[in-house]
Design a protein around this ligand. Structure first.
Ligand SMILES: [Zn+2]
Length: 394
């Protein structure tokens, strides 16, 4: 590996002819190390690049044992290879990462808030600031100031300096790794920020296109500030716009009325659910009364669209009204569904034994204790046979 890898020499290089210098397996993951690479290894909050080596997909890139491991989705190639960069993914990372530099610099310069952490997420990115809260007015001001720096198209450039030059520079963060020796890599947003960083960056703040702040949350005495920039921001907006269009269609209203309309629909739904519960209760009691009025020691009933809780309610009420009866209740459409067997206090039936026979007959399984046995069935058409079985004193 040259002293400065290709991804650092030229962050826009997407393709490189090079050589495999090492290959192996790390916990079942095949990897190669290359003489040089355009693929950035995870570090400094920036995720690893994706791409291919010799046509094999690279799924992860990590610094390890003084080199860079390219973890592969297939068997490692050898000899001369072409390493290619997934540019869309990388450019997104360059935009989110450079946006972080700018956001951090403006938050520090204008408000004195220091960035204590950075996270480049799959959907949103965030920085953590050492301030307990940010009011909406300050959020707007911060975003407006960042937008002004984007419009100013400030050049962004990286360079390496020796320790002596470094000591004399006004560098924002002096977070060098412990025991660091030799050159230090600096990234400068002209007129705004000078910082140490090993990541990849766009060439001008204009390439950020735009940065939108997307809310905050409290974290360990500080504030996490979410944002999106660049292509990702446009995609995000497109997704929101499409979703809103769908919601407008579904709810038959305008953007302005979406929230109020949704809230009122949810209120209606709650009322409807309450009404269904009341009706189900009435139906359960009426069904129990009708069942207990029927002749014979075994009574049965079936409902296509009621669940087990309803069967339990009917069973309990029937056993109370007619304690000498055995009741078999089923629900379901076609062959699949539920069954429930209950015997009243005065009915002479070994419920667990009879329950297992009924379960077997109905092609299902179940369990119970005392006077109730319930379960799933897969042959509900046999429920009349089950009733006959129970009638014979099974
Ligand atoms: Zn950086």
């Amino acid at each position: 590996m040259p002293h400065i890898p290709a991804y650092e020499r030229d962050p826009r290089l997407t393709r490189l002819e090079t050589e495999v210098v090492d290959a192996g397996e790390d916990q079942g993951r095949p990897f190669v190390a290359l003489a040089d690479t355009v693929l950035y290894p995870e570090g400094g909050g920036q995720p690893p690049d994706h791409g291919t080596v010799g046509g094999v997909a690279v799924v992860d890139v990590q610094k390890a044992e003084g080199g860079i491991r390219h973890y592969l989705a297939g068997p490692p190639p050898s000899g001369r290879v072409t390493v290619e960069l997934d540019w869309a993914r990388r450019f997104d990372h360059m935009q989110q990462h450079t946006a972080q530099h700018l956001l951090t610099a403006v938050a520090d310069g204008r408000f004195g808030w220091h960035t204590t952490a950075f996270h480049l997420g799959e959907h949103l990115s965030d920085i953590e600031l050492d301030t307990p809260g940010i009011g909406p007015g300050k959020l707007t001001e911060l975003e407006d100031m960042v937008a002004a720096e984007i419009r100013a198209a400030r050049p962004v450039a990286a360079r390496r300096v020796g320790p002596e030059e470094y000591a004399g520079l006004a560098v924002r963060s002096r977070g060098l790794p412990e025991g660091h020796t030799g050159d230090i890599r600096l990234v400068e947003i002209q007129g705004v920020d000078l910082n140490t960083c090993g990541g990849t960056h766009v060439g001008s703040t204009a390439e950020l296109e735009a940065l939108k702040l997307l809310g905050t949350e409290s974290v360990r005495g500080g504030t996490r500030l979410f944002y999106a920039a660049g292509v990702r921001l446009r995609r995000l907006h497109a997704a929101h716009h499409e979703r809103n269009a769908e919601l407008r269609g579904l709810l038959g209203t305008s953007d302005d009325e979406l929230v109020a309309r949704t809230a009122s629909k949810l209120e209606q739904l709650k009322d409807a659910e309450r009404a269904v519960r009341d009706l189900e209760e009435e139906l359960a009691v009426a069904s129990a009364e009708a069942l207990s009025a029927r002749p014979g020691p075994v009574v049965t009933a079936h409902w296509p669209r009621r669940g087990l809780p309803f069967l339990q309610r009917v069973a309990k009420e029937t056993a109370r009204l007619a304690p000498d009866r055995v009741v078999l209740l089923t629900s379901g459409q076609g062959e699949e569904g539920s069954f429930l067997l209950v015997a009243g206090e005065e009915a002479a039936l070994d419920v667990p034994v009879a329950g297992r026979r009924v379960a077997e007959l109905l092609g299902g399984r179940g369990g119970g204790s005392g006077r109730i046995f319930q379960g799933k069935a897969s042959k509900l058409s046999r429920r009349a046979e089950a009733a006959t079985l129970l009638g014979s004193g099974a």
